[in-house]
Design a protein around this ligand. Sequence first.
Ligand code: TXA
Ligand code: MG
Length: 316
Amino acid sequence: MTNAPLSIVQPDPAGLAVAADMLRAGQLVAFPTETVYGLGADARDDTAVAGIYAAKGRPSFNPLIVHLANLAMAETLCDFNDDAHRLAGAFWPGALTLVLPLRPDARISKLVTAGLDTLAIRVPDHPVAQALLAAFGGPVAAPSANPSGRVSPTTATHVADGLGRKINGLVDGGPCGVGLESTIISCVDTPTLLRAGGIPAEAIEACLGRPLATSADPETPVAPGQLASHYAPKGTMRLNAQTAGPDEVMLGFGPVDALLNLSPSGDLTEAAARLFDCLHQLDAINATHIAVSPIPNHGLGVAINDRLQRAATPRD
Ligand code: TXA
Ligand code: MG
């Protein structure tokens, strides 16, 4: 954690060189990915990784995703089996995180894995993330760049508003295209869906040629109430609402009368990209009661509904 002024850098070679130097110095740098903004630190540096938990106010040492420039670097950290190679070949760079056995010689901070012998890794597809990872040349641990318990950031402004005084650097790469976190698949044993996300499970099953197993949510164990409401705006939310009540603000989907609409045309990709920004906007207007249209539960709709259900979970 830091009280130093935030350096906001542009995603040009000079700005990225500054950001890479900050990572080398053990500092915290937020950067855009195609899913959401990540809060990055050198994954080999215990102090830097501890700083991520401190800045986010994360209640527990939940393991973090390590971001890499390419598959070759990922293979130095984890053991890939055939399923993992197939998925990496099809979806990297992109919004897929693979959980794989950690190689004994990987030299990743135990704060990243929370002491597990597996590691979550991803090669992101955003050109700015790619350029930063190439300039840094090492593994970058990065959870979403929001205070713990708040909505994931999809613009640099969201990051600055939420964490501005607690991090060192911020690469401003504009809004994120996907807008939902990555899909997490464990390939340690039989391929298992750990978190629905930016790549629909159907696409992954089509690539593997068989259905995914499912497991308990990786975010549930330690403090269920808190973690269940991870993606939370400040107001209470009522899901599957056809219309807003007198005290409610409507978050619409499809051709409905709504103050904010995830996608007036009913497009799930557009809705995913706009979801977190709409939740931030509801906070900005101090919406206390929010009614949300039904979202079809297929494709990206599964991940959207997962995030909405977490946002709607009652909390203190
Ligand atoms: O799109 C994304 O995935 C974004 C961007 C920044 O890449 N990152 C992100 O990270 O969403 P975070 O920390 O908010 O979520 C990481 C998830 C957590 O649910 C964590 O429990 C799970 O990944 N995870 C990490 N390592 C794991 C492991 N070894 N086994 C199982 N789950 C793991
Ligand atoms: Mg997160």
